[in-house]
Ligand binder design. Structure first.
Ligand code: FAD
Ligand code: SF4
Length: 509
């Protein structure tokens, strides 16, 4: 057996990977904390802490299992803070003859590693991560020759292929999709339950990150860090989700509420994206739990959750590999404005934005509708440069890794891909935000007004967005109605004038 080096990246913490079935003294596992990864955007402090802690726990687990592990900490004096430089050094120092790695999920790392293998000439081999339901190229093949990439047809295929909520070839309950039933506002805060916590003291880790001069955003409670950072904690979180949150998940999936940032969302995204837990085991557990508790959990809750995990998540990954690297440059609506400073501070008079941003900075988390219909919606209506929007999302969220961040942000949220992910832009005025949240009732802006003092900026910018993008959007059959409403609307000039004033003074909103 040649002396082998196996690289494990920070989001490849899959303890069930076939690599770990056998132990071999000639195999050295390598993990590293490097500035290359902490500094490619400015990250939330909780994101860096969570990654390092989860990596350290994983390295410890491998050692306990009897594997040989070399773990390079950020403050190791020999650490060259660059993936390739560290690899070259270890390969020489350890007399490595064979280099093995798992396919990275990010294009930049994939390219960096394949370039390294070619340039160094070392004998090498790349493995699947054994995490996703599909291979990278599956979605592109699935939609080959089709005009559009419809998520729903991909999702149904996943349900069939993995026999999830199925009765033979038909959906188990006779319906594929319960989306229409997942749109309730939270009216009863008594339903809310305290979040499970895995409180840890991370003061030392924060000290190391700060002493090394890494610039971060957001807040952290050093003695009370709550995100799950091991497989055990991820499994506990899943158990908690099934027991307490799943019964309400679908119904309040789109709700927003000032009193609770998490509501009935699972908070599984960090555990999933670092591969501490697999999508298939999550949905199988959720399906089983539902089958055993149908007296208190209805199918709409369960289907809504399963659709996110084996539908949207898997679909986004497929889009990423079908469309990168060009995808990262797309800017269909040619948006160029600068991201307002309040995205970094939360200081804005718009109550919905203040809450969604404030909570993101405090918790490194916002749920899907806050990301899509509040912050993302505002950025799209205001015409912010998608590069800057991407950087904000990539930095601020605990679960942000490019393959799933960029497809959601540039694609679903900013329509910068011109309709690959979504068939129309996700935009809304105060009407929708008020319908789904308690934000508007305590806002300085007036949710009813489009013009005049304190008119809600969303109402004004909404029509400006449609007006200025008429040549690109009016022919879209899903939007035609909006243009007919706009054409008949009174006071169009006043709305457009007010929007121009708002756009010229975004920082003051
Ligand atoms: C603009 C924008 C940016 C986003 N950036 C990210 C990101 O960087 N990383 C990320 O994991 N998700 C991202 N999402 C998707 C979604 O918002 C998060 O996955 C979710 O909020 C994570 O919280 P949760 O685990 O409590 O999710 P839940 O609501 O409990 O959902 C369960 C799981 O379904 C998956 N899921 C749900 N929606 C999506 C989706 N649209 N795409 C992919 N997976 C989904 C996630 O793995 C999630 O953990 C983004 C969405 C938008 C609109
Ligand atoms: S009134 Fe407008 S700005 Fe205020 S919370 Fe509602 S949607 Fe947001």
């Amino acid at each position: 057996m040649p002396k082998t080096l196996r690289l494990i990246l920070g989001d490849q913490l899959n303890s069930n990977h076939s690599w770990f079935k056998d132990k071999n003294d000639d195999t050295l596992y390598l993990m590293m904390e490097i500035r290359q990864e902490t500094d490619y955007v400015r990250h939330h402090i909780q994101k860096i802490v969570a990654f390092f802690l989860a990596m350290r726990n994983f390295a410890e687990f491998l050692k306990q299992e009897g594997h040989k592990v070399l773990y390079i900490t950020l403050d190791d004096l020999a650490n060259q803070q660059d993936l390739v430089k560290n690899l070259k050094r270890i390969i020489i120092e350890e007399n490595i003859e064979l280099f093995e790695y798992q396919f990275p999920d990010e294009y930049r790392l994939d390219k960096q590693l394949s370039d390294f293998c070619i340039e160094s000439g070392i004998q090498s081999w790349a493995y699947d991560t054994e995490h996703f339901l599909t291979k990278r190229e599956y979605l592109a093949n699935f939609f080959n020759g089709k005009k559009s990439y419809l998520m729903e047809s991909f999702y149904r295929e996943m349900r069939k292929k993995f026999n999830i909520l199925m009765d033979g070839e038909a959906p188990l309950t006779g319906r594929w999709n319960y989306d229409q039933e997942n749109r309730n506002k939270l009216k009863d805060p008594l339903l809310l339950l305290p979040a499970p916590t895995y409180a840890k003291d991370v003061s030392q880790l924060i000290h190391m990150i700060q002493s090394e001069g890494i610039k971060t955003i957001g807040k952290i409670e050093p003695t009370h860090f709550e995100w799950p950072v091991s497989r055990e904690e991820s499994l506990k979180l899943l158990e908690h989700f099934c027991q307490y949150l799943l019964p309400h998940f679908g119904k309040y999936q789109d709700a927003m509420y000032t009193g609770d940032p998490f509501l009935f969302h699972s908070r599984m995204s960090f555990s999933l994206n670092t591969k501490m837990i697999s999508p298939l085991e999550i949905v199988q557990k959720v399906e089983k739990y539902w089958l055993e508790h149908q007296d208190r959990i209805n199918i709409a809750q369960v289907e809504g959750f399963i659709r996110q995990v084996i539908g949207w998540r898997e679909y986004m990954r497929g889009i990423y590999w079908a469309k990168m690297p060009e995808y990262a440059q797309l800017n269909y609506l040619t948006h160029k404005r600068k991201l307002p400073d309040f995205f970094w501070t939360g200081r804005t008079k718009m109550n919905c934005m203040k809450h969604a941003i404030g909570q993101s900075l405090e918790k490194a988390y916002a749920h899907h509708i806050q990301r899509l219909m509040v912050t993302g919606n505002f950025a799209l209506l205001a015409g912010i440069d998608p590069d800057q929007v991407d950087q904000w999302y990539l930095g601020v969220y605990i679960d942000a890794i490019e393959w799933v961040e960029i497809t959601n942000t540039r694609g679903m949220s900013q329509f910068a891909d011109g309709g690959i992910v979504g068939t129309k832009p996700y935009v809304c005025s105060a009407n929708y935000i008020d319908k789904m949240s308690d934000y508007c009732s305590s806002c300085q802006y007036d949710k009813q007004k489009k013009v005049g003092d304190n008119a809600c900026p969303f109402n004004t910018l909404y029509w400006h967005f449609y007006h200025r993008n008429q040549d690109k959007l009016a022919k879209n059959p899903r939007i035609g109605m909006m243009y007919r409403t706009w054409e008949k609307m009174n006071g169009r000039k006043e709305i457009l004038d007010q929007a121009e004033v708002y756009l010229a003074n975004l920082e003051d909103l």
